[in-house]
Design a protein around this ligand. Sequence first.
Ligand SMILES: N[C@@H](CCC(=O)N[C@@H](CS)C(=O)NCC(=O)O)C(=O)O
Length: 218
Amino acid sequence: MQLVIGNQNYSSWSMRPWVAMTHFGVSFETIKLELDTPVFAAQIKQYSNANTVPVLMTQNGTATDSLSILETLADGHPQMWPSNPKLKIMARNAVARMHSGFFALRSEMPMNCRAIQRRLNITPACRNDIDQVEALWARCLAAANQAGQTQGYLLGDFSIADAFFAPVVVRLRGYKVTVNATTQTYMDTMLTTPAVMAWIAAGVKETSILHQDEAGFD
Ligand SMILES: N[C@@H](CCC(=O)N[C@@H](CS)C(=O)NCC(=O)O)C(=O)O
């Protein structure tokens, strides 16, 4: 399989399937297209009619959206979702909320692997999104603990839900925002997960700068 991604420093949607596939040992080849370049505009058309990354090319066809990619992969790798039915519903709810919400957080705090604890003035709408994320994570972690799944990921073992929130972890690390102790512990678990570390390390090595995705100051 081939996974088309954008810049690892900035492309939060690309990070999700790349991290999940790497974590679960799914074999794939990466094709990286630099966002916001003439090359991207010219080449993305050959991979996807949605004109966005990520894109997964499989023997059976092409998945052109991060969630579509991970649902496609989970058909063959059911361990990507929690096996406990209650935790699986919570994982799906969490993924759906990330995929279709938290707009202030997404726009005001662009994912930027190179940013570490930058100062950033955020709006009340963004703080509300962060509060909602923290509450969601706390509910998931509590449900996992109650089910005896104490591995430290949202719903027990690492799942698609964690892959979906990996870019939020990078964002919360990237900007000076106050988070509670439960959030910090979860972030520490994620930031020491090899697939997450590998993505961040690759992002940090990149040198291109997308000015629209640079926010805050050191
Ligand atoms: N809903 C899509 C969103 C994908 C998306 O917006 N990707 C951005 C990069 S992170 C992109 O390709 N932007 C390029 C463009 O829109 O020209 C998904 O989940 O995959």
